[in-house]
Design a protein around this ligand. Structure first.
Ligand SMILES: [Mg+2]
Length: 407
C-alpha cells in the first residue's frame, strides 16, 4: 500500500483550519488537523514544502516509522510548527488504519473505557453577575464542568472575558489583522478579587458543579502559591496554567503550599516538555493537544506515562482545533484509563458541520464517540473552496506601566 498524494487546505468558517488529506493507491484517504492558532500558514507551508514530498510513496500503515522519520529526521526537532505539521500526518495515518481495519480508532487503542466523556464549557462574563448568567446557561444545558473567567473591577479587560455583558461567546482571536490588541493586566487587583468571586460561584451553584479556572500564565510562582492557597475553600476541579509553562520548578512552590489540582500543558509539543512534571507528580492534569503535541502516536505515550503517576488527561479543546483534532481526542478520551475531562468549545455551527460531517455527538455535557471506521469525521472539499485564509491575532498583555506581560 502506498501514499499517492496529499493536499493541504487552509480556511474555514470564522477560523483558519489547516486540513491535511492523504490519498492512497487503495482509494482510502485519511484526514489530519495542523491548525496552529494565528500562525496557520506556517505548518501548512512546512507540510507543503518539506513533509508531503517525502510522504509520497510511503506505506501509510507504518505510522510509527513515519512519525519517527519526520521527528528524528528533521534534526531541529519539536516546536509547535513542526509538531502541528507531522501531528496532522499522524492523525491521517490513524484514520487510514481504522478505515483499513473497518474499526473506529478507539478500538485500535484498546477499546472503550467509558461510554460518554465529560467535557467542560467556557463560562465568561464582563463582571461576576454576567459570569453567573453564563454558568447558569451551561448548567441548564447539562454541563457538569464549567471553566469560569470574569472581568476584574478596575481592570479594563481580564483574560477571555467579553467587553460587553451578555456576550458569553468571547472571541479571543481578532480577524481584523495580524497586529494584536493590547490588554492591560493588574495582578494585585486579580489576587484581591478573584478568590472571593470563585467562592460566590461555588455558593450559588452548590457542591456538585466542577469549577475550573484558567490563570493563563499571569502569576509569578509565589503569587500563584498564595492564590492556590486562597482558593482552596472553593474546591476547584482544577487551576490551569498558574505560571508560565517554561519554569517547571514554579509548580513545586505551588505544591508545597496547596493541594489545589493543577492543570498544565496546552502549549507543550512533546513528551519531553511534560515528563518531569508527570514523574515528579507536580501536576494533576496534562493538557496537551493532539495537534501541537505531534499526533495520536506521541500523545498515547504521554497518556500512558501520566497514568503511572495518577495524572489524568484534560486535553486542550480551544476553538482553534478543527473537528478532526477533536475527533482524534474523542477516540483517546474513550480509551484512556486515566481520562479526566475534555475542554470543548462549541464548534457546531451549521457551516462547520457541513465542512466536517461527523457522527460524534455532544449531549448533556458529554461527548459520545462515533463508531464509524477511522476518526469518524469527513471533509467536504467542495465547500472548502468557499473559505480563504483571513489574518488574525490574539491579544498581547502589558502591565499598567507598559511592561510586556504573559498572554
Ligand atoms: Mg488554557
Amino acid at each position: 500500500m502506498k501514499i499517492t498524494d496529499a493536499k493541504v487546505f487552509v480556511g474555514g468558517p470564522k477560523k483558519n483550519y489547516v486540513t491535511l488529506k492523504i490519498m492512497t493507491d487503495q482509494g482510502i484517504y485519511g484526514l489530519g488537523d495542523a491548525t496552529l492558532n494565528n500562525r496557520e500558514t506556517l505548518p501548512a507551508q512546512y507540510l507543503q514544502d518539506y513533509l508531503v514530498p517525502n510522504l509520497i510513496g510511503m506505506d501509510p500503515r507504518n505510522s510509527e516509522d513515519i512519525w519517527q522519520y519526520f521527528y528524528r529526521g528533521a534534526y531541529f526537532r519539536r516546536g509547535p510548527i513542526a509538531t502541528a505539521a507531522f501531528g496532522a500526518i499522524d492523525m491521517a495515518l490513524w484514520d487510514i488504519k481504522g478505515k483499513l481495519a473497518n474499526l473506529p480508532v478507539y478500538q485500535l487503542l484498546g477499546g472503550k473505557s467509558r461510554e460518554g466523556a465529560m467535557v467542560y464549557a467556557h463560562a465568561t462574563g464582563a463582571d461576576l453577575e454576567d459570569l453567573m448568567d453564563s454558568v447558569a446557561f451551561y448548567v441548564e444545558q447539562g454541563y457538569k464542568a464549567v471553566r469560569v473567567q470574569c472581568g476584574i473591577p478596575g481592570m479594563p479587560k481580564g483574560y477571555a472575558v467579553p467587553e460587553a455583558k451578555g456576550d458569553n461567546l468571547n472571541h479571543i482571536t481578532d480577524y481584523t489583522g495580524i497586529r494584536p490588541k493590547v490588554e492591560v493586566w493588574d495582578t494585585d487587583r486579580y489576587m484581591r478579587y478573584m478568590p472571593g468571586a470563585l467562592e460566590r460561584i461555588r455558593e450559588r451553584f452548590g457542591p456538585e458543579l466542577k469549577i475550573l479556572h484558567d490563570v493563563h500564565h499571569r502569576l509569578l510562582p509565589r503569587e500563584a502559591a498564595a492564590f492556590a492557597r486562597a482558593v482552596e475553600p472553593v474546591d476547584l476541579y482544577w487551576l490551569e496554567d498558574p505560571t508560565p509553562a517554561e519554569d517547571q520548578d514554579a509548580l513545586r512552590l505551588i505544591r508545597q503550599h496547596s493541594t489545589v489540582p493543577i492543570a498544565i500543558g496546552e502549549v507543550f509539543n512533546s513528551i519531553y516538555d511534560c515528563n518531569r512534571l508527570i514523574e515528579q507528580e507536580l501536576i494533576d492534569f496534562i493538557r496537551v493537544a493532539v495537534t501541537y503535541a505531534g499526533g495520536i502516536t506521541p500523545v498515547r505515550r504521554i497518556v500512558d506515562l501520566a497514568g503511572l503517576h495518577h495524572v489524568r488527561t484534560g486535553f486542550h479543546g480551544a476553538p482553534s482545533h478543527s473537528p478532526i483534532c477533536m475527533a482524534a481526542q474523542a477516540h483517546l478520551n474513550a480509551w484512556a484509563p486515566n481520562f479526566g475531562v475534555q475542554e470543548y468549545l462549541v464548534l457546531g455551527t451549521p457551516e462547520c458541520d457541513a465542512l466536517f460531517p461527523s457522527e460524534h455527538r455532544m449531549e448533556n455535557g458529554m461527548v459520545w464517540v462515533s463508531d464509524a471506521p477511522g476518526l469518524g469525521v469527513d471533509f467536504d472539499e467542495s465547500k472548502a473552496a468557499r473559505y480563504d485564509y483571513v489574518p488574525g491575532s490574539h491579544p498581547v498583555v502589558r502591565l499598567e506601566d507598559g511592561t510586556m506581560w504573559n498572554y
